[in-house]
Design a binder for this molecule. Structure first.
Ligand code: AMP
Ligand code: MG
Length: 490
């Protein structure tokens, strides 16, 4: 269908994962979709990855991103993994609707993988159709790019290819493939898959692959099972702390959705909260609130304990010693978490120094926000206005707190404009609020109008800038606009 010429500017992809033994994945060829159309392309990310934008926009490029056709030498595969879903272990999950196409070195010399999500059935599909609907794909896109704008570790969205599906859910929906980018798609569940099969050789190969991929400069002598566990504990503690700092609820923190790289993955039933609530839950299937906002640090630690369990054979030859070392490493989780959380929150309050009373100041503000149902994002963003117009407080009860905060600020060695700057860089104005996401997706899905979507992506990609004229994107929902539940869309 395509000539050699059509592929001339196609990316030269490697695929380090394909060099692992066959039991790590299923090799697959394309499962074509009807009438693929590139509806969103992330040109900035494409050039960051050194990909040719003109090629990506060509029909061969669209075919590639749809998983319809690949240039020669590409070895797409669906990877095997297991996972704890809502606390229950499932021995075999795997890429049931995704294909790892390959990897590239980006402009910074970092290895990045390209994966197609919604690319068709694999041997891991179980009862699923291997497809994705356009709505959830756009959702994942806007959240990924908002995260990137916020500076949080995340998988990225390279482009969306819509097709004529149809994808059967409750009704027939328009289908899409999301081209997604991650530094690695290996998850805790990938390690659990081999641990459950007592395949220690595979665990070793996987650990080596991960080190080679994510920390190629780390000397071989420092690549131990314990070092891997410690690195993932630190990355996941930081990631969770940073979710908490922006009021994000992931909603599906199953171990198959927890990356070894520390990047956020699988933006399904997630949401940023509007008003602050420590028990905020949005996922339609999380009826027990397992993955509620305030539970996230605990759940991450629980997930890391599953990771430690899978890694035991690589930590020490004697099981007892391995457990002891793993427990010691896990015991440092609160240290990593709190370090990132409190230094991040201090920055939000404009504080660079550390004082003992700061933690109290922070927790008191959170309690106040909860009592007064204050908007998390706007309360923090508007604190910098308090610097110039003290007394113009947001809600009852804030006066006393503001007085304490101002007194504390008095002990910072910084001038007012620098302080304001510091705070504005730590408190985003724009987040992808559920009601805005919904409106933008509806326009695309129902009217084929992608303008509201691309506008929203643009605004939330620059969350710390004031962007005069875009206030509507900063506002919390009106009561009738409020979105109470989000869905994984599978
Ligand atoms: P997720 O909830 O998206 O993280 O997916 C959990 C598991 O279900 C993974 O193994 C997915 O590959 C699989 N899965 C989700 N949706 C589908 C689908 N439409 N078809 C096949 N497999 C799916
Ligand atoms: Mg997943």
């Amino acid at each position: 269908m395509f000539s050699e010429q059509d592929w001339e500017a196609a990316p030269r992809l490697g695929n380090a994962y394909a060099a692992l033994p066959e039991r790590f994945f299923e090799r697959l060829s394309a499962k074509p979709v009807a009438s693929p159309k590139c509806v969103v392309l992330n040109e900035k990310l494409a050039s960051e990855l050194g990909l040719d934008v003109t090629f990506l926009k060509s029909s061969a490029g669209t075919a590639m991103l749809a998983g319809n056709a690949f240039p020669e030498n590409i070895e797409p595969l669906a990877s095997a993994y297991a996972g704890h879903q809502f606390g229950e272990f499932v021995q075999e999950l795997g890429d049931g609707r995704a294909l790892l196409v390959g990897d590239v070195l980006d402009r910074d010399g970092r290895r990045r993988e390209i994966q197609l999500k919604g690319s068709g059935p694999t041997k891991f599909s179980r009862a699923g159709d291997g497809r994705a609907a356009l709505g959830p794909v756009l959702r994942e896109y806007v959240f990924s790019e908002a995260f990137a704008g916020l500076g949080l570790p995340t998988t990225r969205a390279l482009g969306v290819i819509a097709h004529d599906g149809p994808v059967r859910r409750e009704t027939d929906l328009r289908g899409a493939v999301l081209a997604r980018v991650a530094s690695s798609h290996v998850r805790i569940g990938t390690f659990e898959y081999f641990a459950a099969r007592r395949d220690v050789e595979a665990l070793e190969l996987l650990a080596s692959h991960v080190f080679e991929h994510l920390q190629p400069d780390l000397p071989l002598s420092r690549r131990s099972g314990l070092a891997l566990l410690e690195a993932v504990i630190a990355r996941q503690a930081e990631l969770t702390a940073r979710w908490m700092l922006v009021g994000f609820v992931h909603g599906a923190m199953n171990t198959d959705n927890v990356t070894i790289s520390g990047e956020t993955i699988d933006f399904g039933p997630c949401a940023f909260m509007d008003e602050y609530r420590s028990d905020a839950v949005f996922s339609s299937i999380d009826s027990g609130g397992r993955y509620a906002y305030g539970n996230q640090p605990r759940i991450t630690l629980w997930n890391l304990a599953r990771f430690a369990g899978a890694l035991l054979p690589l930590i020490h030859p004697t099981r007892e010693d391995a457990i002891k070392l793993a427990e010691e490493a896990l015991a440092r989780f609160p240290y990593h978490y709190e370090r990132v959380f409190y230094s991040g929150f201090r920055a939000k309050l404009g504080l660079a120094e550390r004082e003992e009373g700061d933690i109290r100041l922070i927790t008191d503000l959170l309690s106040l926000m909860e009592q007064t149902s204050s908007d998390f994002t706007l309360t923090l963003r508007s604190l910098s206005d308090q610097l110039e117009r003290p007394g113009q407080s947001h809600a009852d009860g804030f006066e006393d707190w503001c007085a304490r905060w101002r007194e504390r600020l008095g002990r910072e060695d910084v001038d007012a404009s620098e302080l304001r700057d510091r705070m504005l860089k730590s408190n985003p104005k724009f987040i992808p609020r559920s009601h805005l996401v919904e409106v933008a997706i509806r326009a695309a899905v129902e009217r084929d109008d992608f303008l509201p979507f691309t506008r929203l992506v643009e605004v939330v990609s620059n969350p710390y800038e004031d962007q005069p004229g875009q206030e509507i994107y900063a506002a919390p929902p009106l009561e009738e606009e409020r979105v109470r539940q989000t869905f994984c869309g599978t």
